[in-house]
Design a protein around this ligand. Structure first.
Ligand code: DHB
Length: 488
């Protein structure tokens, strides 16, 4: 009785979030402790030189390292984030207190990602966007998250679905809970990531404030704050996983493997299942294209993404290089100032595909995604009835009963079909035209879904570029300034 009264008094004393509230009794008086309060003083000063498009820039920044973002972490090594806050750029002081926040995850392959004791610079395109964001005066937040590879001593896989998205949401809640303490504008969080990290980015941004994750967030002691983000920049998102096999065979079904045979019958069956799936989405193509169907999707991709990508690429080439590219690629017609070609011509040009059949829900449970949908001490499971039934030989086999909900919790298309209104409304979406890690319809459908809901979408493809490419980072940084109203 007495204890209850004390806790009640404590909770009433200070407005603290539900799960962040702790109570300490000092000298007989109850005091609220906000376990998730960010400490603005806990930084080191760092300096780095960043090569930008025009010149090298020297950035001095406050670095907050390995800040645990939940009150009850499962593993602090992953549930921590780093914050970089620029204070000086090329010797001139900058005030980033109201700057947009680039929330850049480093997830790849649905694996865990830690910001604790990692090498100072992991290089690559993600690091490029982060460094350029700093030189533009933005705050950069790098969240670690759990992933499918994490196994507890008792053999439990504790980073499988939906752990990664729950962690990302908890990180956003932490930032928003600390509005005013944490540098930057927490109403202008721009999420980004590549591949599986791009998938999680899209998912984070469309599922903002969904109640469906509450149970998982509560378990972690996540802050009771909004997890909606303002904008999102997924690069080559490997997503819509339960439909990814059919989409893949529709797209790359005629493309060979580098070596070995494809299961042609399975490929045909999956490809034909794509027709019903695509129709069920009820999407309209950009620029008055009309309904997007499996029958016209090739033409849609050519017209909307591929020809513009080829045109941009060829236009930027010196005349002699353009001529030799066109001479080597006679399937492209150069109509004075634009490239024209057919979908079959494009597919033949791409050549060998990255993945076998099925590309995601492997019959032998060997794919990253099989592991992502593991449970407890079971490392990998099927997540489509097609593969489950083929692998078990049981035509009536059903997915494990926990899976339908988890599959939805991992799929941005689920939230887009629900028209979740607390989604991000500003999107930067990119993928390379030679990225055969997933179907190009994954990006096509993500972008069309958002466009059909009225969101501002800058979606484009990089010509002849492979998985994970980022060819217009300076434009991305300028786009952040524009959509957030911070610059330009
Ligand atoms: C990634 C790549 C894949 O082909 C995949 O199936 C999942 C993730 C990645 O690069 O993150």
């Amino acid at each position: 009785m007495q204890r209850r009264a004390m806790l009640k008094g404590c909770a009433a004393a200070v407005a603290v979030p539900l799960f962040a509230a702790g109570c300490d009794v000092l000298d007989g008086s109850a005091q609220a402790v906000d376990e998730l309060a960010f400490d603005p003083g806990a930084f080191t000063m760092e300096t780095k030189t960043v090569a930008t498009f025009e010149r090298d820039r020297k950035v001095t920044y406050r670095f907050y390292e390995s800040v645990v973002y939940v009150a009850k972490p499962v593993d602090k090594a992953y549930q921590s984030l780093n914050i970089s806050v620029p204070t000086e750029i090329d010797g001139a002081a900058v005030d980033a207190s109201k700057a947009p926040i680039l929330l850049s995850n480093s997830v790849g392959g649905y694996l865990s990602s830690s910001v604790t004791n990692r090498p100072p610079d992991d290089g690559g395109d993600r690091a490029r966007n982060r460094d350029l964001a700093l030189t533009a005066g933005y705050v950069v937040v790098e969240p670690g998250v759990r992933g499918r590879d994490l196994v507890a001593p008792d053999g439990t896989y504790f980073g499988v679905a939906p752990a990664a998205i729950v962690d990302l949401k908890a990180a956003v809640r932490y930032l928003r809970h600390n509005t005013g303490r944490v540098p930057g504008d927490t109403d202008r969080i721009v999420a980004t990531g590549v591949s599986a990290g791009g998938a999680l980015t899209a998912l984070l941004a469309v599922s903002g404030d969904s109640r469906m994750y509450d149970r998982y967030l509560a378990e972690l002691g996540a802050a009771d704050a909004s997890d909606a983000v303002f904008a999102a920049a997924p690069y080559c998102p490997v997503t819509d996983l339960e439909h990814a096999d059919m989409a893949y065979e529709w797209n790359w079904g005629a493309n060979p493997l580098r070596s070995g045979e494809l299961d042609a019958a399975a490929s045909r069956e999956l490809s034909s299942a794509f027709t019903d799936y695509q129709a069920s989405l009820g999407l309209q193509g950009r620029n008055g294209f009309g309904p997007l169907t499996s029958g016209n999707y090739g033409d849609y991709l050519v017209r909307t993404y591929l020809e513009p990508a080829a045109t941009a690429y060829l236009t930027a080439l010196p005349d002699a290089d353009r001529s030799s590219y066109l001479a080597a690629n006679t399937w492209i017609t150069w109509a004075g100032d634009r490239a024209e070609f057919t979908w079959p011509g494009f597919l033949a040009h791409v050549g060998a595909r990255q993945k076998g059949v099925p590309a995601f829900d492997a019959f032998d449970l060997s794919s990253p995604e099989n592991n992502e949908f593991g449970l407890g001490t079971v490392k990998a499971r099927h997540f489509t009835p097609f593969s489950l039934r083929r692998a078990t030989g049981d035509p009536g086999a059903q997915l494990d009963s926990d899976l339908p909900e988890k599959i939805s919790l991992m799929n941005p298309m689920f939230f887009l079909q629900q028209r979740n209104s607390t989604r991000a409304k500003h999107w930067w979406i990119r993928v390379g035209t030679k990225d055969t890690d997933a179907s190009l319809t994954i990006v096509g459908n993500l972008a069309a879904s958002l466009e059909n809901l009225g969101d501002a979408v800058d979606a484009a493809m990089y010509w002849d570029a492979g998985h994970g490419s980022n060819e217009d980072p300076a434009d991305f940084i300028a786009w952040i300034g524009k959509v957030t109203g911070y610059a330009g």
